[in-house]
Design a protein around this ligand. Structure first.
Ligand code: GSH
Length: 207
């Protein structure tokens, strides 16, 4: 059976596709989408994988899991020999800290900015919402920038799933003006330059 990933690359499944590339693991990819068609995440058959009717989700030999950032934590820990997951209890806690911070302090306003600055058809974009989102992001980005002043990566001395989770959420922020937070800008480029990140970005662009 092995690992199945549900979710088109244009969805948050992008985050998990990047992880599988870093870990060098094989998977079956089911192109669950948001349409009203047979592959919809709202189809009753998919709700047995994720009752929230959202992607991504995985089925790993019968073990079902949803929430993109948690899927990454699970895969990184399962394949800890590949070096993406920390070894000490305290570094593990720091990885959780950054994952929850990513979800609660960054992802919401970043998503709003992305929609209203980049993704929505131009006539549906609201510059006021984009500006408010940037204001909400300023505090967390400052915190991140301060941390990265003296650290190459979020936890320990090497790239880990903590970096992957945050950088995958921020992957479109390269189009944001990050000049006030130069350490964030350099770190994000460092993460996104990785071959597995570039491969996932290509998959997302092709979709
Ligand atoms: N917090 C969840 C969010 C999942 C989510 O909202 N996914 C979007 C796609 S990126 C979705 O499936 N939306 C359902 C829809 O638009 O009907 C995660 O990170 O996995």
């Amino acid at each position: 059976m092995g690992l199945t990933i549900y979710g088109i690359p244009r969805s948050r499944a992008f985050r998990n596709l990047w992880t599988t590339g870093e870990l060098g693991i094989k998977y079956e990819h089911v192109m669950t989408d948001f349409s009203d068609g047979p592959n919809s995440c709202r189809a009753p058959s998919f709700k047995s994988v994720n009752p929230n009717a959202a992607v991504p989700a995985i089925d790993d030999d019968g073990f079902k899991l949803w929430e993109s950032l948690v899927i990454n934590l699970y895969l990184a820990k399962k394949h800890a020999d590949k070096g993406l997951y920390p070894k000490s209890l305290q570094d593990e806690a720091k990885v959780w800290q950054w994952a929850l911070w990513t979800a609660t302090s960054v992802e919401g306003p970043l998503g709003t900015w992305q929609s209203h600055a980049l993704m929505l058809p131009p006539e549906k974009r609201d510059p006021k919402q984009a500006a408010e989102a940037l204001q909400k992001l300023a505090g967390p980005l400052k915190v991140l920038d301060e941390h990265l002043k003296s650290h190459q990566f979020l936890v320990g001395s090497q790239f880990s799933v903590a970096d992957l989770n945050l950088a995958s959420v921020m992957s479109r922020a390269t189009q944001m003006d990050l000049s006030a937070t130069p350490n964030v800008k350099a770190w994000l480029n460092r993460c996104l330059d990785r071959p597995a990140a570039q491969a996932a970005i290509k998959q997302r662009a092709a979709a």
